[in-house]
Design a protein around this ligand. Structure first.
Ligand code: FES
Length: 102
């Protein structure tokens, strides 16, 4: 495990998404019911960032073709996305958000 500091906890509000980098990896961070989740930020369908999308309940809607991805599991939940998005472990330590992309 290699935890990387990527953001301040206060920068990620409930039901929101922000785009960060964990080393070279672009990551979309989400907060649902107080918990932080991390997905690879590139949509599996094309050249769009999930962090530019819209949080809709438990899913993020891609801004380009409105495909849906489950924020907790990375599972595809709506076309045209038909493959999973990489998830990463995320945690909060002393007011900071850390992600493990190894
Ligand atoms: S690029 Fe995301 S749904 Fe097409």
């Amino acid at each position: 495990m290699a935890w990387l500091d990527v953001a301040a906890s206060e920068d990620l509000k409930e039901g929101d998404v922000i785009g960060v980098r964990a080393g070279r990896v672009p990551v979309a961070l989400f907060r649902l019911e107080g918990e932080v989740f991390a997905l690879h930020d590139l949509c599996p369908h094309g050249a769009a960032r999930l962090s530019d999308g819209y949080v809709d309940d438990e899913c993020v809607e891609c801004p380009l073709h409105q495909g849906l991805v489950d924020i907790r599991t990375g599972d595809p939940k709506g076309p045209p996305i038909d493959e999973p998005t990489q998830t990463y472990p995320a945690r909060e330590v002393n007011g900071r958000i850390e992600v493990d992309v190894d």
